[in-house]
Design a protein around this ligand. Structure first.
Ligand code: TRP
Ligand code: SF4
Length: 400
């Protein structure tokens, strides 16, 4: 249960673009090699802002999944599913809502930001205010401890951690906790029990974080423990409560910023995106007309790569030697912009070849995607159900 588990979600926005690929999906593919991973389409999240466009959801979800599979998300390694097909997310959202202070939600920076950014929509809704609670439920319902997200999501994760802490504080209390924890320590066997006590003391008396980590690792491996004892031992490391919902950590992997064709962040809604499965002619045309350093009006004007979005693409696609070629050629007006862009065009087209190839079988037979996702939803539900049994119990709902 407290083994390493990665979870991330994305709002369904249809076909994916280079920003999704380099900013998130490549990392997801890498993580699945190492960890148990769960990746989902956050369709309820889409409704928090776009509740008036329900007709867009279904198509966006399936298009998005095709691209996930096409970039190499492997359903044999990662569980791919749809949020709304796992109703436990909704149940936990509701229950977490009971203990989520409204003030915390109002202080999440994206709350006001998004309301300002999407000023054409009425976002003074309960659902929009509560959306970080739903995000918390998405994560906590799987007791996922690693959440790959972008910088913009870090404040949500912080809130989720506080919610988990509050939950454990309120519901992890039990009479005779200390005795029960001590009895659970004995069940570790004498050698591990001794080590647990030592690590716990090192953490509690000296704040030794490494000891805390080591103790958690040890508990991860102690697979013979019953669920309740496990929660007690995790909780006893740090305090006097069972740890029912572990606090998740954001996984902030260094990912390149992918500029759109106009130099702003790449986004379909800005109309500045290059999609993951585009025709070579279309890619060529888009990059050839892409924004460059505005100071470089004439071929004879030297430019500054740092002021040019094409340079950001070179940082993604070009090796050191070619980057040096760009630096020199641009700043001395030794190369023209079209010349500079060509290797980027070639690299994007080459990158997409295997992606297109993998997509083809799903395009030919959409039932394959349906089957993968149905299987993923079922797996996800089983995991979520385990957590919910515990949550219902501690919240006084497991009665007949
Ligand atoms: N809020 C995220 C976004 O807008 C998507 C999301 C929903 C998510 N639930 C999540 C991401 C849980 C990570 C974990 O991008
Ligand atoms: Fe940008 Fe390259 Fe033109 Fe310089 S030469 S302005 S880096 S496209």
């Amino acid at each position: 249960m407290f083994t390493d588990r990665v979870l991330s979600g994305m709002r369904p926005t249809g076909r994916m673009h280079l920003g999704h690929y380099h900013g998130a999906l490549k990392n997801w593919v890498r993580l699945q090699e190492e960890y148990e991973c769960l990746y989902f389409a956050a369709d309820w999240h889409a409704l928090t802002t776009h509740y008036d466009e329900p007709e867009a959801i279904a198509e966006s979800v399936w298009e998005m999944f095709i691209d996930w599979l096409a970039v190499g998300i492997n359903p044999a390694r990662a569980t791919v599913f749809i949020q709304s097909h796992v109703p436990e997310h909704a149940e936990l959202t509701l229950l977490l809502g009971m203990i989520a202070p409204v003030g915390w939600l109002e202080r999440v920076p994206t709350y006001k930001d998004q309301q300002e950014k999407l000023a054409d929509r009425d976002l003074s809704t309960y659902g929009f205010l509560g959306y970080p609670v739903m995000q918390g439920a998405d994560i906590l319902v799987y007791r996922a401890n690693m959440v790959p997200v972008g910088e913009d999501q870090v404040s949500h994760l912080e809130l989720v951690r506080e919610l988990a802490r509050r939950f454990n504080h309120l519901y992890g209390r039990e009479s005779g906790f200390e005795e029960k924890a001590k009895a659970a320590i004995k069940k570790l066997g004498s050698k591990r029990a001794k080590r647990y006590e030592q690590l716990r003391a090192a953490f509690q008396e000296q704040g030794d974080q490494a000891a805390l980590e080591a103790a958690r690792d040890m508990l991860d491996q102690a697979q013979n423990l019953a669920l309740g004892d496990r929660e007690r031992l995790f909780g006893y490391l740090e305090g006097s409560r069972r740890m029912i919902l572990p606090e998740p950590q954001p996984l902030l992997t260094e990912t390149p910023k992918v500029p759109g064709l106009d130099g702003q962040k790449m986004s379909k809604s800005y109309g500045n995106a290059i999609l993951l499965r585009e025709e070579p002619a279309s890619i060529t045309k888009k990059v050839r007309t892409m924004q460059t350093d505005p100071a470089r009006v004439h071929r004879s004007d030297p430019g500054t790569p740092e002021k040019c979005p094409v340079w950001s693409l070179h940082k993604i696609y070009s090796d050191q030697a070619r980057q040096a070629w760009v630096q020199k050629g641009c700043t001395t007006a030794g190369i023209g912009c079209l010349e500079c862009k060509q290797p980027v065009i070639d690299a994007i087209i080459a990158e997409q070849e295997p992606i297109k190839e993998r997509a083809q079988k799903y395009l030919d037979d959409p039932s394959l995607v349906r089957a993968i996702v149905a299987d993923g939803c079922e797996r996800a539900r089983k995991l979520a159900e385990e957590t919910m049994r515990d949550v219902r119990e501690v919240m006084g709902l497991a009665y007949t």
